[in-house]
Design a protein around this ligand. Structure first.
Ligand SMILES: Nc1ncnc2c1ncn2[C@@H]1O[C@H](COP(=O)(O)OP(=O)(O)OP(=O)(O)O)[C@@H](O)[C@H]1O
Length: 852
């Protein structure tokens, strides 16, 4: 079947390409015009001869049609063409095998032959239009010549001619009938005359048709190039010559576009996410086997880091200098698994090989407490790599806990450089500069850059540090406001607690930083001895996002994902040393009594052999210097530049009250911990709730009051640090906190975590309970679950029950523990309820006084 493209009647009749096969019926032969959908090509008449709105015709495209004819001369195609092409591609796509194609081709040929036969039959009965002649398509009538074949038309006419030899006579007859014929006509009756006329008309038509074709082919040969010629009469060419020789073979088509509509699953993740490097959590390895020098390893050992932890054994080889071409690294490992050292060690190792101090590494963290903590790890490693004649890497923090200008002077310095030309420029600039105000706030703030240059010198800004550990908001401030602060030399970008930092784009820090990192002086980031140029990015979290749109913002290069064995990207793994318990709270109004009973229960025991060992990683020095510095007032209580705690009630009133409680407790001067053999961190849903609960506990269990501390985002930074230090020293044993400390804080001696309020998300649960059972130590997590929270807790957090869906991966199961209910029928004694009510009254009274 050779179908032709017939442009839509309305618009295309003026612009139809010359080679388009017109489907109009010949006006000279009305008998055929109404019933015979034969197409014919009339050169030069494409625009002159309007197309009839083809009520009686349709377009059917076959694969072959599109291979040969669907490419319009100017490269454009109609919708119909496109549709046809798509169908053609589909057909191709379905059947790749040559046998299939051959079968299809054969079937198509049979269909063509059968249609040709049908056409011939129709032609012989021209007054009987076929039912198929009129078809509506897509709301628009389109002209089609499904079976049109000029050759058949020609044959049909020839069939009606008496004999080949008579054709010339017939032609003459149309001009001037021969006498012989006139005479003959006279002899015939009227009927005979009519019959003869009809016959002559037929003959005339046939001959005219032959002539027309002949003339047309001459015209075509004269005016059209060979290629065009081929495409104008596809039908004829196909019949006369093998298809291959006439350009009817399928035009090479672009690969079909296959739209991936499948949902994102682990299998459809990008290769690097779907095929991570897996770590056996039990793995440990000596430092020197990982490329750390024995001298450095000895220093590490002296600080308590004997062997590399599992995650470190996997990450170090990826980050330490190597002959391989290295890429960025994404680490998703459980809380307390040692992620900090896994990036600090190789980074400091790398920077210790440099000579000049330049800002070479940025570590971005969401909270000030974490900045302090990572600073300690960096200092440890700086000491470890300075032993072999390596550079003692310089480290600073920027987190908004002191005035901006102080931070600037810590990070940036000025150097006088002899440069007469530069000095001239400086003077010219000064002449044109009019200082309207002697001093304004901005100038005060932008402390750097106020020094005057010596004669013939210019001031050059230089970095005083190699590593800057910062919160994102403060980093952006330095980028935009600190003179000379540049990321041009940065070789390392570390984003810890990445899911939090990526989900909440504080001051668009990521876009700002990645833009600065992508444009730099050529070679500025390179070390002569290093094969790695450019910026190395390390992204870490215990609850790493699988959201590619978030990860894309990091513009990672050749990333590799490190996961704990048996887990997949997006899963949140709990430490294997963690035991979890749920406590059913029957009476929500008496929930504090359940907590009191838990604290007094047999469960509150030391779960590690060494009990509540002191930890090394909680900041100490920093806190003291902070509290004595003038910055205390400015070290605002909220992590405004970085943290948006789930609560927003950090009022000054509550802070004052907290201060009073702490002072009250301080009078006891931390008695011995014998009364409470373990350590507990209790999480509440908000700052206010943490304050209330801590006070309530001191009222309900007065003997434990000196051991109770409170941590909220409204707590002043210095106080927060002091509280954490007291806890790690064992002076405080019970901390009541909001979600502020749920991420990253490393309290090695913490043995029990209590979710007094059920966390808002799985991620929050993982981070909260991950404050215990760190670095291979044992730990317990307790969650008080009210009746209304039961369903959600068991399904989303514990992963149990009908329709349970949780991304939390745990080694055991959440166990049910029975706490409270000190009387036989399962309630609390009247005496205890009364005590509780009294405590509430006191609390209300204090709150009222606090407001006055
Ligand atoms: N190789 C090691 N040997 C001994 N202790 C280690 C080692 N590596 C890390 N630690 C200790 O393990 C504890 C947890 O480490 P770290 O804070 O890096 O965990 P993390 O994986 O970052 O946890 P989180 O996700 O909660 O922030 C820290 O006290 C750290 O000092």
């Amino acid at each position: 079947m050779y179908a032709r493209y017939i442009p839509p009647p309305k618009d295309t009749q003026q612009s139809a390409p010359v080679r388009a096969v017109l489907a109009t019926a010949p006006p000279a032969t009305p008998a055929f015009s109404t019933s015979t959908p034969y197409a014919r090509y009339i050169p030069g008449q494409a625009t002159a001869q309007p197309l009839q709105p083809a009520a009686s015709q349709r377009v059917v495209f076959s694969d072959d049609d599109f291979s040969a004819n669907d490419q319009s001369k100017d490269g454009r195609s109609t919708n119909a063409e496109t549709k046809g092409t798509t169908e053609s591609r589909k057909a191709k796509f379905k059947s790749n095998k040559p046998e299939d194609e051959a079968q299809e081709q054969s079937a198509a040929n049979n269909a063509q032959a059968s249609k040709a036969r049908k056409r011939k039959r129709d032609e012989e009965e021209p007054t009987k239009p076929s039912e198929h002649d009129v078809i509506q398509g897509n709301g628009t009538e389109q002209t089609e010549q499904p079976d049109a074949d000029p050759e058949l038309e020609l044959n049909s006419a020839a069939d009606r001619e008496p004999a080949p030899g008579a054709s010339n006579d017939a032609i003459q007859t149309t001009k001037k009938p021969p006498k012989r014929e006139k005479k003959k006509n006279k002899q015939l009756g009227d009927q005979d005359i009519e019959m003869a006329d009809a016959e002559a008309a037929l003959l005339h038509k046939g001959h005219t048709s032959v002539l027309e074709r002949f003339q047309r082919s001459l015209q075509i040969q004269q005016h059209l190039p060979k290629e065009e010629l081929k495409s104008t009469e596809p039908e004829k060419q196909i019949e006369e010559e093998p298809a291959e020789e006439h350009g009817l073979e399928p035009i090479p088509q672009p690969e079909p576009v296959v739209f991936d509509e499948s949902k994102l699953t682990y299998e459809t993740l990008p290769q690097w996410l779907a095929s991570p490097i897996r770590v056996n959590p039990e793995m440990k390895q000596p430092w020197n086997e990982l490329g750390i020098s024995p001298e450095s390893a000895r220093v590490l050992e002296s600080k308590g880091f004997k062997d590399a932890f599992a995650v470190q054994t996997a990450v170090l080889p990826l980050l330490l200098p190597s002959a391989d071409r290295q890429g960025d690294v994404v680490v998703a490992a459980p809380t307390g698994s040692g992620k900090t050292l896994s990036y600090v060690l190789p980074m400091v190792h790398d920077l210790s090989r440099g000579r000049i101090t330049r800002l070479r590494a940025l570590i971005v963290l969401p909270t000030r407490d974490l900045v302090h903590q990572v600073q300690l790890a960096c200092e440890t490693c700086a000491a470890a790599f300075a032993v072999n004649g390596g550079k003692r890497v310089k480290i600073a923090t920027a987190m908004g806990n002191r005035p901006f200008k102080d931070e600037q002077t810590v990070i940036m310095g000025e150097e006088q450089k002899y440069d007469p030309e530069g000095f001239e420029k400086y003077l010219r600039k000064q002449d044109s500069f009019v200082d309207l105000e002697e001093s304004d706030e901005e100038d005060d703030e932008l402390h750097i850059g106020r020094t005057l240059p010596l004669p013939y010198h210019v001031i050059s800004h230089v970095s005083k540090v190699d590593i800057l550990i910062c919160t994102p908001g403060r980093l952006v401030e330095h980028i935009t406001k600190t003179p000379g602060f540049t990321l041009d030399y940065v070789r390392w970008l570390i984003v810890d607690e990445a899911d939090k930092l990526l989900a909440q784009d504080f001051q668009q820090w990521l876009a700002t930083v990645t833009e600065k990192l992508s444009t730099a002086k050529p070679g500025a980031r390179d070390f002569p001895t290093s094969n790695k140029s450019g910026v190395r990015k390390v992204i870490l979290s215990a609850t790493m996002t699988r959201d590619l749109s978030l990860l894309n913002g990091l513009k990672l290069s050749r990333p590799q994902l490190v996961l704990v064995e048996g887990t997949r990207a997006g899963e949140q793994v709990l430490p294997s040393t963690l035991s979890e318990f749920a406590i059913k709270v029957r009476e929500a109004s008496l929930k504090p009594l359940y907590l009191v009973d838990l604290l007094r229960s047999k469960h509150m025991v030391a779960v590690n052999k060494d009990g509540t060992a002191k930890t090394k990683s909680v900041p100490s020095d920093a806190s003291d210097s902070e509290s004595s510095s003038s910055s205390e007032s400015s070290s605002s209580e909220s992590e405004s530049d970085s943290v948006s705690d789930s609560d927003s009630d950090s009022s000054s009133a509550s802070s004052d009250r907290e201060e009073t409680f702490q002072q009250e407790r301080a009078t006891t001067r931390f008695p011995t911990a014998a009364k409470f053999p373990t350590t507990v961190l209790i999480f509440t849903k908000s700052n206010e709730a943490a304050l209330r609960l801590s006070r309530l506990l001191t009222l309900l269990v007065p003997d434990l009051a000196p051991l109770i501390g409170v941590l909220t985002s409204s707590t002043k930074t210095a106080r927060r640090t002091r509280t954490l230090r007291a806890f790690t020293q064992g002076k405080l044993r019970i901390l009541v906190a909001s979600d502020l400390v749920s991420r990253g804080i490393d309290l090695l001696n913490l043995e029990h975590v209590v979710n007094y309020d059920v966390p808002i998300s799985e991620t929050s649960y993982v981070h909260r309970v991950g404050r215990t059972a760190r670095a291979g130590r044992k730990g317990c997590a307790w969650t008080l679950v009210e009746f209304s929270e039961g369903r959600r807790f068991w399904r989303e957090f514990a992963g149990e029950g009908k329709g349970a869906v949780t991304s939390i991966v745990r080694h055991g199961k959440v166990q049910r523990a029975k706490i409270g209910e000190d009387v036989e029928d399962g309630g609390f004694s009247e005496k205890r309820v009364k005590e509780y009510e009294e405590a509430l009254k006191t609390l209300a009274k204090e709150a009222g006084e606090g407001r006055k």
